[in-house]
Design a protein around this ligand. Structure first.
Ligand SMILES: Nc1nc2c(c(=O)[nH]1)N[C@H]1C(S)=C(S)[C@@H](COP(=O)(O)O)O[C@H]1N2
Ligand SMILES: [Mo]
Length: 247
């Protein structure tokens, strides 16, 4: 990540950690495991050892790509990355599935739970350079919601719509991949408010900013519509393996 590029989320992780001016910091290194635990302003990062990073980089996914994309480092749990939180109560939740579809619809949380549920273990990659392996999510495939709405042939992209106007755009074919979910549980528990309660998008194979938290809608569109970060310097596509970090 070059320092001359725009970095709307702040300095990259390694730089944040090494900045002595950060307040309230503890740094513990386990001599035997090489695990590094760092607490910064209330958030805790648990870093794996260099050996674990190396191992994950050498391990291949079923699609042949390395388990750990270039420039990424392992942490053990999702880190809350902020954003404008929506109403977390399931009772208030409504998801609009609309745009280039024949049958737009709105579903409640209970109706979402009545659809086929998927429990999925996947890896997530944040543009600020952390990766979590084997994150477990529960939810409904975007593909199933698309089928219910009867997406028109004119649709080419999906826009995930969230609280306070946050959006992210994903090419239709990638949004319909079987591992793209509307998720309501992380590691077996209802999503924490900071992680998007009650429902977030999950697009594991693109940088995590595509995974809109506090989801309110899925809009199918013909012409692409760059979203919140995509119009603020981030790459339009966001493939972690080719480091599509900045546009
Ligand atoms: N609604 C909404 N969704 C969002 C964001 C946001 O600001 N608002 N931030 C994105 C970014 S930049 C990242 S890295 C991930 C972080 O998710 P997490 O906080 O669960 O780790 O959420 C994405 N989804
Ligand atoms: Mo992010």
């Amino acid at each position: 990540m070059s320092r001359s590029r725009p970095d709307p989320e702040g300095d990259e992780l390694a730089e944040r950690i090494l900045t002595p001016s950060m307040g309230r910091r503890t740094f513990l290194r386990s001599a035997t495991l090489g695990t590094v635990v760092i607490a910064l302003g209330g958030a805790t990062y648990v870093f794996a050892s260099d050996e674990e990073d190396k191992k994950a980089r050498a391990t291949k996914r079923s699609d042949g790509r390395p388990r750990l994309p270039p420039g990424q480092h392992l942490i053990t749990r999702l880190k809350p990355m902020g954003g404008t939180e929506g109403d977390p109560s399931p009772g208030a939740f409504k998801l609009h599935v609309h745009g280039e579809v024949e049958q737009p619809f709105t579903i409640t949380f209970a109706e979402l739970l009545a659809m086929t549920q998927v429990e999925q273990v996947c890896d997530v990659h944040c543009v600020t350079k952390w990766t979590v392996l084997d994150a477990k999510f529960t939810g409904v495939k975007v593909r199933d919601l698309a089928a219910r709405a009867k997406v028109k042939p004119s649709a080419r992209h999906v826009v995930f719509e969230a609280n306070a106007g946050y959006t992210s755009n994903v090419p239709l074919a990638e949004a319909l991949a079987p591992n793209v979910l509307v998720a309501h549980k992380y590691d077996g528990s209802p999503l924490a408010r900071t992680h998007g309660a009650p429902v977030r998008a999950l697009v594991p194979d693109l940088y995590f900013w595509k995974s809109a938290k506090w989801l309110t809608g899925i809009r199918f569109v013909g012409a692409d519509r760059p979203g919140y970060w995509e119009t603020r310097g981030y790459h339009n596509h966001a493939d972690p393996w080719t480091e599509e970090r900045y546009g």
